[in-house]
Design a protein around this ligand. Structure first.
Ligand code: SF4
Length: 665
């Protein structure tokens, strides 16, 4: 057997490390942190898509309806030229850059460096679609937009509150940590809008009506405050805003919350007491909270709940569980339109000038750039003319994708850097073939802020190149300073210089470790990252969904993730083992609803919203009445609503829909 190489799993944000045999490309689990010998099916089959015959072979340029192969030299030269022409004619903000939560820290760092040196903050990544509401809420309350504690703390807590999050399906390996807590006697409380796989392990299963999370959280706080179960000393010494929170939660009695959420008042009281009296607890949440027009408020409510009990540091943690393997890293590297690296605001002149000087210029643009979700309007109205996309597939991943596809068609220049001819790449003027995760080196940051090194297993296939090499060539061709890197490690060393806790660390140390936490394992143990060191309790009211079911569209449509699939399916649908595991995707619906419409399990149905319609087979089973549950990996976003919350995330989780049985299929 050849020497096994350690790589970071290319899928979810849990960040398992894989051992890959370079000859057979077979995967086995790493025995060290964070996965300790465990992997889910996606990790086990992670190299299958790399070997797919569909990989892009060489750079392509649009020639009418055809794409013709060109050299790297010509591709980079022409792309740079066209970007500069757009800047000359319309200014730097007429170009936008879309970074990727799947490529390394170094690659995200380079793309945002290109964007900002080019003169625009139009740089964003798909964190906008998932946890940007968490980032905003965490910054407002505790001052830092990231998970507060490592996974290793979870088994030590006496309660785990899992809200709008289904780890058994989305981050299977984290379930091991949760179950270790359960075996120690911790109470597991799961809140969701349907019975999930995770609920099978719960002590308390709270199935709430869609969009009523705040009513439940506020009612739990109402009970905790009324029965004086909160941590008085913690509230007094480490927080501000308690009186406002007490006032705001007064009307959220358990009886009131029962009417809104559907959860019996007695259960709300019992769960509130159980969580409060546990003495320590984790709050874990997912997109069930964030992908609503009230996404920021939803997250604020569960953070308030944890703060009320002092569940921070040794006694608890806030766990916004990230979706993609480097979504946390992309954000920390500054691939967001409102933040410089490290989530530092663009208005922080001292830091901005420090970054500028490291990059060899006097200053950087200060105006917030466009959110990814604001791009489509900007393209439609002609403000944005050029888009450079690295490893993302907005033609499938964006809400109301028919509109997005229309916008992509309007661009003067669309460049797509990817592994495959994605749905987005079909609209491109230039396509640049990128190397897969195991064909290159670099660092990635998982959900717990652990930076891990991923080693090269094999050479890039065909004429593909690592993303960082492509971006280095582009930076040089654009005439930007500071793109003369001799290795990816030089990029790593450069971003280390922007983070005080990394300044003294070396790339070698990172390579030989189980990872380095940025900035440290636990946040806020003694003080919060706010100007006065105190956390803010921010009282919130229930926010109504943007679209309500009515006589025409009587169902609520929500979207979910499946264990064997990932995002827009470009990787997992090219993995034969995963395709076999999952079978055909179906829309889950309630038995009574199905009976009324004469639909049997396996029947073809048409699901329609105000944005479009799709066909799929029905799965009749455990869904609450009136709810349709659709996997988001395929064509669900033809239907979803692009109403945005305060952080720019669409309301993927709530659309008014109708459904009918199809005959003669
Ligand atoms: Fe990869 Fe996530 Fe599965 Fe681990 S749990 S193997 S990181 S997809």
């Amino acid at each position: 057997m050849s020497e096994l190489k350690t790589v970071v799993c290319p899928y979810c944000g849990f960040g398992c490390r894989l051992l890959v045999d370079p000859r057979s490309m077979r995967v086995s689990p790493h025995k060290g942190a964070p996965n300790y010998g465990k992997l889910c099916p996606k990790g086990l089959h992670a190299t299958e898509f790399v070997l797919s015959g569909d990989r892009l072979k060489r750079p392509l340029k649009r020639d009418g309806n055809r794409m013709k192969a060109i050299s790297w030299g010509q591709a980079i030269e022409e792309v740079a030229q066209k970007l500069l022409e757009i800047r000359e004619l319309y200014g730097p903000d007429a170009v936008a850059f879309l970074a990727s939560s799947k490529v390394s820290n170094e690659e995200n760092y380079l793309l945002q460096k290109i964007a900002r040196l080019f003169g625009t903050n139009n740089i964003d990544n798909c964190a906008r679609l998932c946890h940007e509401a968490s980032v905003h809420a965490l910054k407002m309350t505790v001052g830092a937009g990231a998970q507060t504690n490592p996974y290793e703390d979870i088994p030590n807590f006496n309660a785990v509150l899992i809200w709008g999050y289904n780890p058994a399906e989305t981050h299977p390996v984290v379930m091991d940590y949760i179950l270790r807590a359960k075996r120690r006697g911790a109470k597991i409380i799961v809140v969701d809008i349907r019975e999930t796989r995770t609920m099978a392990f719960a002590d308390y299963k709270l199935v709430i009506r869609p969009g009523t999370d705040i009513a439940l959280a506020n009612a739990m706080m109402h009970v905790i405050i009324k029965e004086e179960l909160y941590d008085e000393e913690f509230i007094a010494s480490r927080t501000v805003g308690f009186s406002e929170l007490r006032m705001a939660t007064k009307k959220y009695t358990p009886k009131y919350a029962e009417r809104v959420t559907g959860v019996p008042a007695g259960t709300i009281e019992e769960v509130a007491r159980t969580f409060a009296l546990a003495g320590s607890g984790a709050v874990m949440w997912g997109m069930g909270l964030t992908q609503h027009v009230g996404g920021v408020e939803n997250v604020l409510a569960v953070i308030d709940l944890a703060l009320l009990l002092g569940y921070i540091g040794e006694r608890g943690g806030l766990y916004p569980m990230r979706g993609q393997n480097n979504v946390q890293g992309a954000a920390y590297m500054g691939a967001l339109s409102e933040f410089l690296p490290g989530y530092i605001p663009l208005t922080d002149e001292r830091f901005r000038k420090r970054v500028a000087s490291l990059w060899g210029v006097d200053d950087l643009p200060t105006e917030r750039g466009l959110y990814l979700t604001e791009l489509w309007d900007a393209i439609e109205d002609g403000t944005v003319k050029g888009l450079y996309v690295v490893g993302e597939n907005p033609a499938v991943s964006e809400a109301d994708f028919t509109r997005v596809r229309g916008a992509l068609r309007k661009l003067d220049l669309l460049v797509v850097q990817d592994l495959f001819m994605t749905r987005t790449a079909r609209y491109a003027h230039y396509i640049l073939p990128a190397s897969a995760f195991c064909e290159k080196e670099g660092s990635y940051m998982n959900s717990e802020r652990r930076i891990q090194w991923s080693h090269r297993v094999c050479e890039p296939v065909h004429d593909s190149k690592p993303d960082w090499e492509i971006l280095m060539m582009l930076g040089k061709a654009l005439g930007l300073p500071g793109f003369d890197y001799r290795s990816v490690e030089e990029v790593t060393a450069e971003y280390f210089r922007l983070f005080p806790s990394l300044e003294e660390r070396s790339v070698e140390e990172l390579k030989n470790s189980d990872g380095i936490f940025l900035p440290r394992k636990r946040l806020h143990t003694w003080e919060f990252s706010t100007p006065d060191g105190k956390a803010r309790l921010v009282a919130v009211e229930q926010v109504a969904p943007w679209e309500k079911p009515d006589a025409e569209y009587p169902f609520i449509l929500t979207t979910v993730r499946l264990i064997s699939h990932y995002n827009t399916g470009e990787m997992t649908l090219r993995s034969p083992s995963l395709v076999r595991l999952m079978g055909e995707p179906r829309v889950l619906m309630n038995e009574g609803d199905a009976e009324k419409l004469g639909i049997a399990d396996g029947d073809w149905v048409e699901i329609e919203t105000r944005r479009g319609r799709i066909r799929m087979r029905a799965k009749v089973g455990k869904a609450p009445k009136g709810l349709l549950v659709l996997p988001f990996h395929f064509k669900a976003n033809k239907l979803t609503s692009d109403a945005l919350n305060k952080a720019g995330t669409p309301e993927f989780k709530f659309s008014a829909a109708r459904l009918r049985k199809l005959r003669n299929e």
